[in-house]
Design a protein around this ligand. Structure first.
Ligand code: ADP
Ligand code: MG
Length: 265
């Protein structure tokens, strides 16, 4: 083995030993580039440190993505705003600055199924993670299931569960729709929202209007109190459009019509 390759191997081993993956993956390429461009050693060193920092940032984001239990990766860049003209893209990109999290404000996405409520919530959640805010995605159905299981567990587990939903700077409560909520679950949800009030941000998605949220909280009074708090510091985004899920089908229908027309002519 030539001396140069031996040195590369040795360095790689040491960098790995120190957990410097970003440097390990890039030092050979960067050193070759530095030699070719005859660039100063400090420039090479800075680039190497940048690689390490980027790599650490990437692994933190991946770790937080897993911890946040997101059902999928969705981004704002993938979102076709032209398909949903009732959404103001500027408003969404403003929200993506995450100022609302610093201000402990909420966002509520209202709209029928398939219009992108969950997509936009996830995309904002990912932006939040990128900016260093912990985020947890929680379908309301899962919350109900968790509370049901809790009765069989020790009470300490319940507290742990509660604080795991309380701790994140951003909580996404997906699908605040109609459910068979028993008393325990609606009390859990009510206290969670009460505790998060002015302490953390929550994004809600729902295809039901505020006044229909009663079934989630058991009675009308509680629902009104919860909604009062949720809406107090909130940006409400009402999406009024066609489901994206039927986009391709609609296109197919258009295509079929066109084919029929051609056949008639
Ligand atoms: P909702 O939560 O409103 O029922 P989703 O966000 O789950 O709808 O959207 C359904 C599917 O369509 C998802 O795969 C989502 O990524 C996609 N989708 C919805 N709207 C758009 C859009 N405007 N541009 C790109 N993809 C979209
Ligand atoms: Mg959804």
């Amino acid at each position: 083995m030539p001396e140069h390759a031996r040195l590369e191997d040795k360095l790689s081993f040491r960098l790995e030993e120190f957990g410097l993956r970003g440097m390990d993956e890039n030092f050979i390429y960067l050193s070759q580039k530095a030699m070719e461009l005859n660039s100063p050693p400090l420039v090479f060193l800075e680039e190497l440190v940048d690689c390490e920092s980027l790599s650490r940032e990437e692994s933190r984001e991946n770790r937080w993505f897993k911890l946040g239990r997101f059902p999928a990766r969705k981004t704002l860049e993938e979102f076709d705003f032209s398909y949903q003209p009732s959404i103001n893209p500027r408003q969404i990109f403003d929200l993506a600055s995450c100022q609302f999290i610093d201000n402990k404000q909420n966002i509520i996405f209202f709209g029928p199924p398939g219009v992108g409520k969950t997509h936009l919530s996830i995309a904002l959640g990912l932006r939040a993670i990128k900016e260093g805010y912990e985020c947890r995605f929680l379908p309301v159905r899962e919350l109900i299931e968790n509370v049901k299981k809790m009765r069989h567990e020790e009470i300490i587990y319940g507290r742990r569960l509660f604080s795991s939903f309380l701790r994140p700077k951003l909580l996404i409560l997906d699908e605040m729709d109609f459910y068979e909520m028993d008393k325990d679950a609606s009390e859990f949800l009510f206290s969670l929202l009460q505790e998060r009030y002015e302490k953390g941000s929550t994004i809600f998605t729902s295809n039901k209007k505020f006044h229909e949220w009663q079934s989630l909280f058991g009675d009308h009074k509680k629902a009104a109190a919860a909604v009062d708090r949720i809406a107090h510091h909130a940006t409400i985004v009402e999406i009024d459009g066609k489901s994206y899920r039927i986009k391709d089908k609609l296109r197919d229908k258009g295509y079929l019509k066109m084919v029929k027309k051609k056949q008639i002519n």
